[in-house]
Design a protein around this ligand. Structure first.
Ligand SMILES: Cc1cc2nc3c(=O)[nH]c(=O)nc-3n(C[C@H](O)[C@H](O)[C@H](O)COP(=O)(O)O)c2cc1C
Length: 337
């Protein structure tokens, strides 16, 4: 049980599951910024896991803990089996995606469309809960299409709590299943943070994390101070990891030292060497590092050096050292002015 309470604490701040973005390299780097923030994988569908084709997606480094596996699916037995595979692979939490509106996902009846089927979600959660000892959680929206969130969300939450869901993350906007692209569905439906606060009032014992449009650690702290249990950050954590994660251990968890992007680059070098020695490409890692110096002097020369050089044949850690040098030269030139 000690394990479970650790995870509850970790969930004060989390980096959202993001397809194609929060792969193992991205998570490894985020972990260098913050020892405590809860990290999520990209969504992996339960059929892909159960049929065995996607087992490589479970690969991760032991340093990534605490780390949660996000599943997509809607067949309770299959989700239970996928959860078991995930827990066995070492994940600390299994999360069910009830928020993703993409077409591909809808066609398999995954993701946000499940907001319309709370009983099926509850059945899935219960089956996953029986299959594993680790935490089982849900990430959802406030509703879809013409649903009235103030009515459907409490009913949805009551169902998943009854099924044994340990924590929930609420992306505080609707998904529109027709007519909007997945990207538009992350920006256009209006955010309703107030409704998420009301859910905390209705479900005081449920651990609730809020998600959607949060762009600073100040904002995250304000949500925690206002009584929410956790804050999940997606795009800002990806594009600007330094601002979101470098001070997270001290400010959100009250222990640990701040980190710097320079420290993180230095610690990424041996990881990059090992990746390249194993036949990997530099760009598979550095594509997640473009935002490390966002908002700082030299950010542009950093990004340009990586984007011009990291895909070249034979590219290795030298590209990062050159990018750091170029930033340093620029900073010195600016000081001299
Ligand atoms: C590139 C990208 C991929 C995403 N993939 C997933 C996913 O696999 N599962 C999921 O639940 N949400 C996914 N999301 C949604 C995020 O988890 C998050 O809910 C959303 O971006 C809102 O948070 P933000 O405003 O902090 O980015 C994705 C978002 C982005 C930008």
């Amino acid at each position: 049980m000690g394990h479970r309470s650790d995870l509850t604490r970790a969930a004060r701040l989390s980096v959202a599951p993001m397809m194609d973005w929060t792969d193992r390299h991205c998570r490894y780097m985020h972990r260098l910024f913050s020892k405590q923030t809860l990290l999520y994988t990209e969504m992996v569908t339960s059929p892909a896991l159960v049929r065995g084709g996607a087992l490589h997606l479970l690969d991760h480094d032991t340093s990534e803990h605490p780390v949660a596996l996000q599943l997509g699916g809607s067949d309770p037995d299959e989700l239970a089996e996928a959860a078991r595979i995930g827990a066995q692979a070492g994940y600390d939490e299994i999360n069910l995606n009830v928020g993703c509106p993409s077409d591909r996902v809808q066609s398999g009846c995954f993701g946000a469309v499940l907001m319309e089927q709370p009983a099926l979600v509850a059945k899935s959660v219960a089956a996953m809960r029986r299959a594993v000892d680790v935490d089982v959680t849900v990430k959802c929206r406030i509703g879809v299409d013409d649903q009235n969130p103030a009515e459907v969300l409490p009913e949805f939450l009551a169902q998943i709590v009854g099924a044994g869901c340990e924590r929930v993350t609420i992306h505080a906007r609707k998904a529109w299943l027709q007519g909007l692209s997945p990207k538009e569905n992350r920006d256009i439906p209006p955010l309703d943070y107030e409704l998420v606060h009301r859910m905390k009032g209705l479900f005081p014992n449920l651990h609730i994390s809020i998600n959607g449009g949060i762009t600073s650690l100040d904002q995250a702290e304000a949500f925690l101070d206002a009584g929410l249990d956790g804050v999940m950050i997606g795009r800002s954590a990806y594009h600007n990891p330094t601002d979101i994660l470098a001070q997270a251990d001290r400010r959100i968890y009250g222990t640990g030292a701040d980190t710097t992007p320079e420290d993180v680059v230095a610690q990424m070098l041996p990881y990059i060497d090992a990746h390249i020695d194993g036949g990997g490409k530099l760009n598979q890692i550095t594509r997640h590092m473009m935002g490390l110096f966002a908002g700082r002097t030299g950010a542009r020369v950093w990004r340009r050096t990586l984007s011009e050089q990291a895909s070249r044949p034979g590219a290795d850690r030298q590209v990062l050292l050159e990018a750091l040098d170029a930033m340093q030269t620029l900073a010195e030139a600016q000081e001299a002015v």
